[in-house]
Design a protein around this ligand. Structure first.
Ligand code: DX5
Ligand code: ZN
Length: 234
């Protein structure tokens, strides 16, 4: 897919997508501004208390983010089931990417096509417990593959190293099939795990608690990116 996503990365080693799940719920806009431009994308987690045991953000939040940050790249991660019942709510809210969990769609091709038809880049995500081969039928349809590196639902969990093989699988398949999706990792990303993920082939790092729970979110974001670059250059 020759979409807008690939171009965004340019010559950069990685894109940092701070997750507002860990932002101050009373002042999400201020939290984003506190990054001083060190965050590249805004990652918005949508959870339904059903697919994952937590409730978070709806279409009104995405709409408000688009209004408040007209030039931002908004990365919406739907952890809701069935995905087909929710995508319509987000279509007109101004997201750049809508990612759905491969486990949460009854008809994954139809869901991804509907997102694409709305002029939005479709992404697909996979849980740590789901085999990578579940992605194979739709890799040609997406601009982004999100590899969950924790079981989804909450911020602040520990990175699961066994997902590394999925990143390697995706890097291989992308080359073999001449595809151009970005690989995003989400969960337990911090300055200690960023390097190994980028070295394995991750293009986009989602980080929630490591950025927003820090006393200095801008510095924390910068450190994650610096560590990613360092490891990558070894
Ligand atoms: C988890 C969400 C993540 C979460 C990551 O279900 O998908 O985006 O915000 O949080 P950290 O970076 O704290 O693991
Ligand atoms: Zn997420």
């Amino acid at each position: 897919m020759n979409g807008p996503v690939r171009g965004l990365k340019g010559n950069r080693t990685c894109i940092l997508a701070p997750s507002i799940l860990s932002a101050d719920p009373l002042a999400v806009g201020d939290s984003i501004r506190s990054l001083g431009g060190e965050g590249d994308w805004i990652h918005v987690d949508v959870s339904d208390g059903h697919f994952v045991p937590n409730l978070a953000f709806g279409p009104m939040m995405v709409e408000a983010l688009r209004r408040g940050f007209p030039d931002a790249f908004i990365d919406v991660h739907l952890m809701v089931t069935p995905a087909e019942d929710f995508i319509g709510m987000f279509m007109n809210t101004g997201p750049d990417i809508i990612t759905v969990q491969v486990e949460a769609a009854r008809h994954i091709h139809r869901v991804l096509q509907a997102i694409r038809d709305a002029g939005i880049t479709p992404g697909v995500s996979i849980n740590p417990g789901t085999p990578a081969c579940m992605l194979e039928p739709v890799l040609h349809m997406v601009g982004l593959v999100l590899v969950m590196t924790v079981n989804p639902g909450f911020g602040g969990q520990k990175f699961l190293p066994e997902v590394m093989s999925k990143i390697k699988y995706l890097v291989r398949e992308r080359a073999v099939q001449s595809l151009d999706f970005l690989i995003e990792c989400d969960g337990g990303v911090h300055s200690g795990t960023a390097g190994v993920l980028v070295k394995a082939g991750c293009d986009v790092l989602v980080a929630g608690s490591a950025v927003y729970d820090s006393d200095d979110p801008a510095r924390a974001a910068r450190e994650i990116k610096q560590n990613a670059e360092l490891e990558w250059r070894v």
